[in-house]
Design a protein around this ligand. Structure first.
Ligand code: ATP
Ligand code: MG
Length: 422
């Protein structure tokens, strides 16, 4: 029961963690804007079908991570486990398939019922982009370059490796699927329980298994790459030529798959060695079959999502936005005047902290600790003379300045100047 702890797999974002999250999200927003992606948001819950319909036969495996519930009206809803299906649903619902191509950026919480561990939570946050319309490999190259630019701006790209694979088109995958099943069936009794189930419903997902026994068996499994037809090969060559031309480093990873049936051609992940087992910070791929599986027209798409928590762990520090100016009252006679002045200075664009209690000595100490650089000190004596003391908390120097109750512009200018001093 609730012991006033956050629910398992969730975390509070207090200001220090929030600042890192904000840094990651802002970096993603800036990088994606460089490529013309525009921010949008979909609801946090959707009709469960939005997530279950495209999953098809493998749904029982994948949906076991979903938070689904019936609401009071009996609608079956799911908290979004990822945002691609929601974005494509929004494109269809909004009739936006008339205005392709669409380039969207999003940021927000996602929900998966997983076993919580470092870098793996039940409520976590993603930033991501979706490029809807083009089926050209250069679209894949653009979103990957955008991901690399985003990670570079956070200073983490150098610790990441870009893994790249091709899942081919439907024909290539069907041929490969048959070969993979034939190979894995000879090891059927040695596979992990999850993989045994997957062998029947979604064998490609076994390639993604983290079980050591499964991974050993997979070493000699047939490789998807050997089953790519000419169209699929051409798409991959076009993509890698673009990445090479732009100097985006990548490694071929024949075991990299996206587990769901609607993915095709490009699959990729940026993986860092700095986070242990949860090293994938950004992953994506091409999903040309998704719109149709959701009941819309055929619309090609490619995108990625990145884990904000995992990236925030790699970001050294981010500064919390604290006011640099405080108004401190020396006695109760100055309370009301201090409140008025604080509002006037805020009107003038200055962030103001106004502690409402405590002795002057304590308030000064606290202010200094909180990063306040300049304190406006007001007391009954100063008020009687229509003055305030402006104190530099760095060197302790202090000057008396006139206070005009109707016009704080002179004081605001003096404060701004005091903040410029080193
Ligand atoms: P993993 O293999 O680690 O389970 P995934 O393939 O399920 O990842 P995606 O669905 O591709 O992950 O999501 C994109 C990114 O979101 C991941 O690379 C990761 O950074 C982040 N992510 C996914 N699941 C979680 C989670 N439960 N907690 C925190 N971050 C997550
Ligand atoms: Mg996962």
């Amino acid at each position: 029961m609730s012991r006033l702890q956050p629910a398992r797999g969730t975390a509070d974002l207090l200001p220090d963690s929030m600042a890192k999250h904000r840094l990651v999200i802002d970096a993603a927003r800036t990088a994606s804007a460089r490529y013309g992606f525009q921010e949008m948001a979909t609801p946090i819950f959707e009709f469960s079908e939005v997530f279950s319909r495209p999953l098809g036969e493998s749904s029982d495996i994948v949906t076991k991570e979903n938070y689904s519930f019936a609401d009071r009206g009996g609608e079956i809803l799911t908290l979004r486990p990822e945002n691609t299906a929601g974005v494509v649903r929004a494109m269809i619902s909004g009739g936006l398939t008339q205005s392709l191509p669409l380039k969207y950026f999003y940021a927000g919480p996602m929900f998966r019922y997983e076993r919580p561990q470092k870098g793996r939570m039940r409520q976590f946050h993603q930033v991501g982009i979706e490029y809807l319309g083009p089926d050209d490999a250069l679209a894949d190259a653009e979103i990957i370059a955008c991901g690399a630019r985003f990670l570079a701006s956070l200073g983490v790209l150098d610790d990441c490796e870009l893994h790249l694979n091709s899942l081919g088109d439907g024909d290539s995958r069907a041929a490969y699927r048959a070969a993979l099943i034939a190979y894995l069936e000879t090891f059927a009794d040695q596979l992990s329980d999850d993989s045994k189930t997957r062998l029947a419903v979604n064998p490609l997902r076994i390639l993604d298994s983290k079980d050591a026994g499964d991974r050993a068996i997979l070493q000699d499994a047939p490789r998807l790459h050997d089953y790519l037809n000419d169209v699929s090969k051409a798409h991959f060559t076009d993509l890698t030529a673009a990445l090479d031309g732009a100097g985006v480093a990548w490694v071929f990873d024949p075991l990299l798959v996206r587990g769901l049936d609607y993915y095709c051609h490009t699959a990729f992940e940026f993986v860092t060695t700095s986070l242990g087992a949860q090293g994938t910070v950004l992953g994506g791929g091409r999903y040309d079959g998704l719109a149709e599986m959701l009941g819309g027209p055929k619309v090609a798409g490619v995108g990625w999502a990145a884990g904000v928590e995992r990236l925030a762990m790699l970001v050294e520090t981010a500064s919390v936005n604290n006011p640099k100016v405080a108004i401190l009252t020396a006695d109760d006679g100055a309370r009301q005047a201090a409140f008025c002045l604080a509002e006037q200075l805020r009107d003038a664009g200055i962030d103001i902290d106004l502690p409402t209690s405590g002795a002057m000595g304590k308030k000064l100490k606290k202010a200094d600790k909180a990063g306040i650089r300049t304190a406006v000190i007001m007391g009954s004596d100063e008020l009687a003379k229509n003055t305030v003391q402006l104190r530099n908390l760095g060197d302790g120097s202090q000057q008396e300045l006139p206070l005009d109750p109707d016009d704080c512009s002179g004081l605001a200018a003096a404060i701004a100047e005091s903040l410029l001093a080193p």
